[in-house]
Design a binder for this molecule. Sequence first.
Ligand code: MRU
Length: 373
Amino acid sequence: MKTDVEHGDFDTVGLSGDGRKLVILDQTRLPGRAVFLELDGLEEIRQAIYLLKVRGAPAIGVAAAIGLYVRANRMLEEGAASEDAFVSALRAEAGVIGSARPTAVNLQWALDRMLARAERCRGLGAAGIAAALKDEALRIRDGDIAVCRKLGEHGLALLEPGQGILTHCNAGRLATVRYGTATAPIYLGHERGYGFKVYADETRPLLQGARLTAFELRQAGIDVTLICDNMAATVMKQGRIQAVITGCDRLAANGDAANKIGTLGVAILAHHYGIPFYVAVPTSSIDFTIPDGRAIRIEERPGGEIREMWYSEPMAPEGVRTYNPAFDVTDADLVSGIITEYGVLRPPYGPALERLHATLRARAEAGEGGHHV
Ligand code: MRU
């Protein structure tokens, strides 16, 4: 995989050259240091996802898939007893990796794809199954790159040169393998001289906007301005923003969209100021099994992230009660368009998503794509 962060030629997540380790760019060290971690322990893979060393819905899906393959390889080396025991052990390890974070659907989606492939390969023996898992994990990774690029083309068609674009959290190349989702139209527009002016919300409490979005856009030579979350209303009111684009961790069948905490507030502000609010969603982040956002499990994280992180001294009284939901759900009626790799969906989203689901099912039946249907 590519690891030249200084020159912008890197993959966020991949497989080591010898095929034995999951490699991730440790996002908790950015923007100060570019450190790649090589992982093959079950607990270290789970922790890397839980601690946001690798984060962003598509990236954690790819990390889980490659992580499970790496674990399969280790089991083989340690001498798997029988095919049944091998597949059971894989299921148990997938359960551990999948427990790391609950909101992004891609994590379970990628693991389900890996386990389904293992089931289809029964009869080939443990070594045959492991070889198939390597192929599946690399397909998931390569699929992510292709999907983000297509999504970028559809998103760019919604934008005009010179526009001000606000984004929240990091749905950039660091959240995927390359281009990003919300940033894919921005990168493509940059290649074509659109001259966008991007405003990045810093994104409290974990500062993905400040540490990651500002870092990657700046490194790409894109005009980016960092603002605190509570400045979004002001830049909108001042007429600096013509479109908002965010990512999504899980989109329900009615178009309700879970994304990083604070996204809902941005959507309400955009609605107030008549600014289009777009959600960029690869179909791997759509959960067709849930009718609306009320069924989305929202991850709650430790209060220390609010009280103590990032400053040399705690910035809140010791022991103060905190509430730290990591995501919120933007109601579908606040969303102007859902940008997918198949095109832009417009309201009413229920029927539009049903049609998309039918397309994905047909593709899956024809043996194309790897969508959950
Ligand atoms: O907690 P994080 O940093 O994993 O949250 C990430 C987001 O909310 C992103 O916007 C989302 O995963 C989409 S990434 C293309």
